[in-house]
Design a protein around this ligand. Structure first.
Ligand code: PLP
Length: 383
């Protein structure tokens, strides 16, 4: 029997391919998926246990529990100075749920969405699942950060509906500079576009340089803020995320959610409220752990005479230039896996601009990371 065009156009992810292949080796160090080994903090787990004990195991409103939306409103206000009321917030199954349902809420078939590459690959498939068209603008390689705004403006057509930005970025760890955020906001206003700002890594910034586009004047009306608890609180499996935006979009997301998964899991929503109510210390600890891991790994990798990488500024990803090895990104990763049993992701998994790079996710402890780094350096320098 047949499957739909959407399925045929869905691009299988190289990240998953490397992850699946790594399972062949029992002694592999797996640095592929963005799913760190840090346990969910005890206070959050306790809130989840308590909620289950109290039989908070039912459906909720499609938009999510009001007490969680109030906590999200406070959280966003604290960070950006922008106040959303609960009707402007929809709680979803992770940021993935927020991104997909937001895309369905604003895109018609044939519409275009501008995506900055290298980018998290799900954006492409989500846009295509709406029958819309992803249009790429690179901030690395031939096109670059310096000319970013010029290149975004060149990519705008009468079909463009939105730009999606992801700062801090997966896979690069780049935090978009403040002047670039200003320029993207200007373009969005000039061409009347939505800006989806995916800020799932915003609390994992090592030097305080992050600025949200939402903070700029007049941007609230066209910004769709996407966030989740997954990376901030090591809660990937709870599947709680949210979108904040104009009321008609937030309502659309909630209404459409009824047809997909009805609502985010009730006890996970209550655990999320606990996380947000006491976020500061939890986020500080998680950020500190990633900072230590990323700097230790970087110092070790910098011993290589062929690998090039900048000092980390955010997230738990390192994006490493491997061009001097003479291998393609995929050759490098498959050989590294088969010869050294270290699994990392080829940069082209994040689109063309990522070719010549690999992504390492610092998702295991420092000791293991350093052991992996030594093998990676030996491999790269020994080719
Ligand atoms: N956005 C980016 C940039 C990501 O890297 C990820 C997950 O890796 C997500 C969104 C999805 O996050 P969640 O687990 O909350 O769905």
């Amino acid at each position: 029997m047949f499957v739909s065009k959407v399925v045929l156009e869905n691009e299988p992810q190289l990240v998953r391919k490397l992850y699946d292949r790594s399972k062949k080796y029992s002694n592999v160090i797996d640095l592929t998926l963005g799913d760190p080994d840090i346990p969910t903090p005890d206070s959050i787990k306790a809130a989840a246990y308590k909620a289950i004990e109290e039989n908070k195991t039912k459906y909720t409103a499609n938009a999510g529990l009001i007490e969680l939306r109030e906590a999200i409103s406070e959280d966003v206000f604290k960070r950006t100075g922008v106040r959303y009321v609960p009707d402007e917030i929809a709680v979803t199954a992770g940021a993935m749920g927020a991104l997909y349902l937001t895309a369905v809420s604003i895109l018609n078939p044939g519409d275009e969405m501008i995506i900055l590459e290298p980018h998290w690959p799900n954006y492409t498939n989500m846009v295509k699942m709406c029958g819309a068209v992803p249009v790429y603008v690179s901030f690395m390689g031939e096109q670059n950060m310096e000319n970013l705004s010029e290149n975004i403006e060149k990519a705008v057509t009468e079909k463009t509906k939105a730009i999606i930005i992801n700062s801090p970025s997966n896979p690069t760890g780049v935090v978009l500079p403040s002047n670039k955020i200003d320029e993207i906001a200007e373009i969005a206003e000039k061409y009347d576009l939505y800006v989806l700002t995916d800020e799932v890594y915003r609390t994992i910034v090592f030097d305080g340089s992050f600025k949200s586009i939402l903070e700029l004047p007049r941007m609230k009306e066209r910004t769709l803020l996407i966030d989740s608890l997954s990376k901030r609180f090591s809660m990937t499996g709870f599947r709680v995320g949210f979108v904040c935006g104009p009321k008609n979009v937030a309502t659309a997301v909630a209404t459409l959610q009824e047809n997909v998964n009805s609502c985010a899991c009730m006890f996970a929503q209550l655990a999320s409220k606990e996380a947000l109510d006491n976020s500061e210390a939890l986020e500080r600890d998680i950020c500190r752990t990633f900072k230590e891991r990323c700097f230790a790994m970087t110092a070790e990798l910098k011993r290589s005479k062929r690998l090039k990488l900048a000092d980390p500024v955010s997230t738990f990803y390192l994006f490493i230039d491997i061009k001097e090895t003479g291998l393609s990104s995929e050759e490098f990763c498959y050989r590294l896996l088969d010869e050294k049993h270290i699994a990392v992701v080829p940069g082209n998994a994040f689109n063309k601009a990522g070719e010549g790079f690999i992504r390492i996710a610092c998702t295991v402890g420092t000791e293991k990371l350093i052991a992996a780094a030594k093998e990676i350096v030996a491999f790269a320098d020994g080719i």
